[in-house]
Write a protein that binds this ligand. Structure first.
Ligand code: CDP
Ligand code: CDP
Length: 225
């Protein structure tokens, strides 16, 4: 299969979603926010009263998750859950269900189905390592926990929510620790990923660096063929 994939991984608020979406728009590629699938799975479990550590129960929900991305919104069946899945509690729940191997297995084919012509930009934790190991270009975004918590703080305040910066730093560190320590598909850069620290880097610069890296990788892979 030679439909190109650009895999963008990294911890929470490293900028991967914003960067991935802009890269996809620039190239006219499809876009996959894989974290949204884990968030939808957690939200679905919460709504169905399934415990977040009930591996078989959560995996059964993940297999038949009625998720769709349409009209710029995220849907769980006929319910618009675009804002609901962004709550910190759902992010925390997503990170819990994401540690369950049967849940990850249940979501694998669904993620790979987004690989459609002319190409895909996928963001998450394991896009370059597990889901699309043959991605033509892989990028791992990082930023300090403080910078990432400040970004989330700004997002919450801008939406009119109250927020506590110290609590956000603590939540961020707890989620990073859980995502990094888990046995299956832990958060770590692929061996062949470009590392980009965005602590002091604007979004547009990061986008340009990803596009330049893709051009370089594409040229290399053509030479190799
Ligand atoms: O936007 P943010 O980075 O905070 O989170 P997200 O990408 O929406 O992902 C939410 C949670 O889902 C993460 O903390 C991970 O535990 C999990 N996740 C994962 O395990 N693998 C992925 N490919 C994407 C997300
Ligand atoms: O997808 P992920 O959780 O990695 O992060 P995001 O949702 O793309 O970015 C979180 C917030 O940080 C957004 O409001 C971005 O606009 C902002 N951001 C930034 O100010 N500077 C960057 N270099 C990257 C992201």
């Amino acid at each position: 299969m030679n439909i190109p994939v650009i895999a963008i991984d990294g911890p929470s608020a490293s900028g991967k979603g914003t960067v991935a979406e802009r890269v996809a728009a620039t190239l006219g590629f499809h876009f996959l926010d894989s974290g949204a699938l884990y968030r939808l799975t957690a939200l679905s479990a919460m709504k169905h009263g399934v415990a977040l550590d009930d591996e078989a129960g959560v995996a059964a929900l993940a297999v038949k998750l009625p998720a769709s991305f349409r009209d710029g919104a995220v849907w769980l069946a006929e319910e618009n859950v675009t804002d609901a899945i962004r709550a910190e509690a759902v992010g925390d729940g997503a990170s819990k269900v994401a540690a369950l191997p049967a849940v990850r297995a249940a979501l694998l084919d669904r993620q790979r189905a987004y690989r459609q012509a002319p190409g895909l930009v996928a963001d998450g934790r394991d896009m370059g390592t597990v889901v699309f190991p043959d991605a033509v270009a892989k990028v791992f975004l990082t930023a300090s926990a403080e910078a990432r918590a400040e970004r989330r703080y700004k997002q919450l305040i801008e939406k009119g929510n109250s927020a506590n910066l110290a609590a956000l730093v603590a939540d961020m560190q707890a989620r990073d620790a859980r995502d990094t320590a888990r046995a299956v598909a832990p958060l770590k850069p692929a061996a062949d990923a470009l590392l980009l620290d965005t602590t002091h880097m604007g979004i547009e610069t990061a986008v340009q660096k990803v596009l330049a890296h893709y051009d370089l990788c594409k040229a290399h892979s053509k030479q190799g063929n």
